[in-house]
Design a protein around this ligand. Structure first.
Ligand SMILES: N[C@@H](CCC(=O)N[C@@H](CS)C(=O)NCC(=O)O)C(=O)O
Length: 204
């Protein structure tokens, strides 16, 4: 079967879509409308009981969690989109883990505070921390970049970093003060596969 990517506009599913495009892997898209709450509808929960995107339905089953999806696509792509050297691969995973567990979670404190607190005051307090937390993340990521790409060559971690950094200006952290991160962002966005994804996510 042709894999089906469940995705939503502007979300972390963009980098998985971009990885499928970069790898030239045939796939179909199923858009999940967050405004309509479709991520919590029974038919979507049957696909991903976590009620989140992305989810990829393959002939081997459903795969979720962005780092896992990216790594699987990287492994079946030609050329591979992850380093084969174990040390370099671990360094790339280090960045992907940081994006998943720290940066994405810091960003989610803006719109998804109800995951952590019922008290509106507590949610406001969490939202108030988003800009400074994301600025710290941006500074760290900027300092880590010492070449064109996260690894020695372009790979899925670059798509992940690009996707997460798309949210930074909206979180109150423009990219201009972070020259390496900013240049990386532009470099990834200029790739034809990524430009196709951006066009789909920004279309009216
Ligand atoms: N750990 C998951 C997180 C996925 C996630 O939180 N996705 C967000 C969109 S960026 C989502 O589906 N949110 C829906 C909701 O919270 O209702 C991953 O890395 O794939």
């Amino acid at each position: 079967m042709t894999p089906i990517l469940h995705l939503a506009r502007g979300t972390i599913s963009m980098c998985v879509q971009a990885a499928l495009e970069e790898a030239n892997l045939p796939h179909r898209l199923h858009w999940v409308d967050f405004a309509a709450g479709q991520q919590r509808a029974p038919d979507y929960l049957a696909v991903n009981p976590k009620g989140r995107v992305p989810a990829l339905v393959t002939d081997r089953g459903v795969l979720t969690e962005t780092p896992a999806l990216l790594e699987w696509i990287a492994g079946i792509a030609t050329p591979r989109l992850m380093p084969s050297d174990p040390w370099l691969a671990a360094r790339v995973r280090e960045t992907m883990s940081y994006l998943a567990s720290t940066v994405h979670v810091a960003h989610a404190h803006k719109m998804r505070g109800s995951r952590w607190a019922d008290d509106p005051g507590a949610r406001d307090a969490m939202r108030d921390k988003v800009t400074s937390n994301i600025a710290d993340c941006a500074a760290y990521l900027d300092a880590q970049l010492d070449g064109d790409w996260v690894g020695r060559a372009f790979g899925v971690a670059d798509l992940y970093l690009w996707n997460v950094a798309c949210w930074f200006p909206g979180d109150g952290v423009p990219l201009d003060p972070f020259p390496r991160l900013h240049a990386h962002h532009d470099r990834v966005a200029a790739r034809p596969a990524v430009a196709r994804v951006i066009a789909l996510h920004t279309a009216d």
